[in-house]
Ligand binder design. Structure first.
Ligand code: ADP
Length: 638
């Protein structure tokens, strides 16, 4: 439950944060400023031009009634109106386009940060929470990095309005009521000051009340966090994402999980905190703000009409003065509202969260040594007494692992689920740094190499690899323009050649239907082959397969692995599998158990150790496959 607390951010800090935001926008989307500035200037100017011409026209109609002047004024009003509308239309298009661009630039900013941060930082729950809070703020109240753009626009319009309003209303206060009207008190400086004071007071009170109402969002941001996350996950992701559709139906996740959950949080119903605030203090603030504005407009009308009635100016000027003052008043309100919004937006809950995300530091040391592109591919990696704990956990996922990857050899890493195989690979690819011990590349600690250089040495097919809804060839090459022959060869080596022949557009066939209605849906096994082809195309000195063949049957898996042995050529290859039979052909097998390497050797050597872990695993699996095979045979006979 949110605590009622007053906004406490000092103005100076709010401005400092907002200035930083503007700096970011100026860097990532400079044209937005020009487009919006032009559009706002024109929009703010237009009413004054209309008001000015209308006033002159009415004045002339009620006074001189000179046809020539009237004609000129009418023409001026028409032409200026037409030109301004045209210019505004063009400027609006440009502004709308830049607004879209700013949304894209905003997404890119986050994506770039995500990709640039250390994997270990990205993998943390706190980082995921931070990012999801940013998205929720944007969806829920629009607050964060985007809102200052909206507020700035408001401020720009407000300033032009104020300047125009002052310019067109000065004479209202300067023009005197004639003696004979008997209302000369209207000329008295105190009367003028009094009216000005009331107007100013109203102009300050209305936005202040508005801002007070707006500040309830800050108080609510924390309270809604959980409900929003649950809503977007169960209300959107679960029910609309294709990969989740089966589970969502079979387990009736919406009725059984999401509806009760949302009911339980109660944040979207009529009894939620924000709904109660809206009916109570928050709504009252907004309503009071509107009322003050309405009362003030009435006052302005009263004052202007009274002065005109007393003979200070003609009827025509009433339009001008009322228009000018209403706009001036609106401008002042918008100025204060905009400033208030900026302050609320700069709070820790909004801009503070954005900055915490953007300022996440690089924790991993990144050296500057280059790996030199060695033609002989003589890259040798050694794990020296490496232990590792995932951040925030007490248990060691790896314990005292020492191992050398001999150049050009095939290493199999086997072990039961949770024994540390994937963790081992993540350390090898420097997604994490060891907690203890070190990893060396050609005798030098891998931290001393340039990060990009080091990871470029690896082609990895992870368990949860992802393909894009792009043409097959681009998926394989990981680029829009690529060597088609090389892509074809990689697909052939990965065992995809026969399927490639059936693809309607060959390498140009889109995978999935997201971007092309003729796109092809590939099966899990086919997707894995494409992922393997991608690793082959990269042609890095190390090739790592982390159980990428889970969707294949044991025979197909064994086939891929043994074939891979030939394809891998002079590369150093690492295979991870819990199916021991798939890795029989490797030069060396490392057996993992509870984060430690408990045995190493060839398949034959390891089988010879009858009290070893490998022997036990092998027998357990052999039994399983024999049983399954018998079952299969029996079914075939039936
Ligand atoms: P394997 O690949 O052999 O199945 P892993 O290397 O994935 O095993 O996991 C080893 C251990 O590390 C397991 O106990 C697992 O729960 C833990 N672990 C894996 N990933 C994380 C993570 N991101 N955060 C915390 N613990 C993890």
């Amino acid at each position: 439950m949110a605590q009622e607390k007053k906004t406490s951010l000092p103005w100076s800090e709010a401005f400092r944060r907002t200035r930083r935001v503007m700096g970011i926008w100026w860097r990532i989307c400079p044209n937005w400023f020009w487009a919006t500035g032009l559009y706002d200037a024109l929009t703010a100017l237009a009413p004054y031009v209309a008001v000015w011409f209308s006033a002159r026209l009415i004045g002339e109609l009620s006074g001189g009634r000179n046809p020539e002047t009237l004609g000129l004024l009418a023409l001026g009003a028409l032409l200026s109106g037409a030109l301004l509308t045209l210019a505004m239309g063009a400027a609006k298009r440009w502004r709308d386009y830049e607004n879209q661009m700013s949304r894209l630039a905003y997404k890119r900013l986050h994506q770039d940060k995500m990709l640039d941060m250390d994997f270990v930082t990205m993998d943390r729950q706190e980082t995921a929470d931070l990012y999801s809070q940013i998205l929720q703020n944007v969806n829920w109240s629009g607050k964060g990095l985007l809102e200052p753009l909206v507020s700035l626009e408001k401020l720009m319009t407000a300033l032009v309005r104020i300047l125009g309003g002052v310019g067109l209303s000065v004479t209202l206060f300067l023009s005197s009521v004639p003696e004979e009207s008997g209302m000369t008190w209207l000329n008295h400086p105190l009367c003028v000051l009094g009216v000005l004071a009331v107007l100013l007071l109203g102009a300050v009170t209305a936005p202040a009340l508005y801002n007070r109402g707006d500040a309830y969002w800050v108080k609510y941001a924390q309270s809604i966090l959980y409900a929003n996350r649950a809503f977007s996950f169960y209300g959107y992701t679960v029910s609309t994402q294709r990969g989740r559709a089966e589970d969502a139906r079979m387990y009736r996740q919406r009725e059984q999980v999401s509806d009760p959950l949302l009911e339980q949080t109660g944040e979207f119903g009529p009894h939620s905190l924000i709904a109660r605030w809206a009916r109570g203090p928050m709504g009252a603030c907004f309503a009071a703000s509107q009322s003050v504005s309405a009362v003030l407009t009435g006052l302005v009308y009263g004052f202007v009409c009274l002065k005109s009635w007393a003979g200070a100016f003609g009827v025509g000027s009433i339009v001008q003065y009322v228009g000018a003052i209403t706009n001036l008043f609106l401008g002042l309100s918008e100025l204060l509202e905009g400033l208030g919004e900026l302050r609320v937006n700069a709070e820790d809950a909004f801009l503070g969260t954005e900055f915490r995300f953007l300022d996440l530091p690089h924790e991993m040391y990144r050296g500057s040594l280059t790996t030199e592109k060695r033609a002989d591919r003589q890259y040798q990696v050694e794990f020296r007494d490496v232990s590792f704990r995932y951040p925030g956990t007490e248990r060691y996922a790896l314990r005292h692992v020492s191992m050398t990857f001999r150049v050009g050899r095939r290493l199999a890493v086997v072990g039961q689920n949770g024994s540390g195989k994937t963790t081992f690979i993540k350390l090898l690819c420097r997604l994490y740094d060891p907690t203890e011990g070190e990893i060396l590349l050609n005798g030098i600690d891998i931290r001393k190499y340039r990060y990009e250089d080091y990871i470029a040495l690896f082609s990895v097919v992870f368990q949860d690899f992802q393909l894009f809804a792009l043409p097959l060839g681009q998926n394989v090459a990981g680029a829009a323009s690529y060597d088609r022959e090389r892509a074809r060869r990689a697909l052939k080596d990965a065992g995809f050649d026969r399927r490639l022949e059936t693809m309607p557009q060959g390498l140009d066939t889109y995978l999935f239907k997201d971007l092309d209605k003729d796109g092809v849906e590939v099966s899990g096994g086919e997707a894995q082959k494409i992922a393997i082809a991608r690793a082959l195309y990269k042609d890095a000195p190390f090739i790592v397969l982390d159980e990428p063949t889970a969707a294949l049957d044991p025979m197909a898996e064994a086939e891929i692995y043994s074939k891979f042995n030939d394809i891998a050529g002079d590369k150093t290859a690492v295979y991870i599998s819990h199916r021991l039979s798939s890795c029989k052909f490797c030069d060396q097998i490392a057996v993992f158990q509870d984060g430690a390497v408990v045995q190493t050797g060839t398949h034959e050597e390891l089988l010879a150790e009858e009290d070893g872990h490998y022997y036990r695993l092998w027998n357990a699996q052999a039994q399983y496959y024999v049983n399954n095979k018998t079952k299969g045979d029996r079914q075939e006979r039936l």
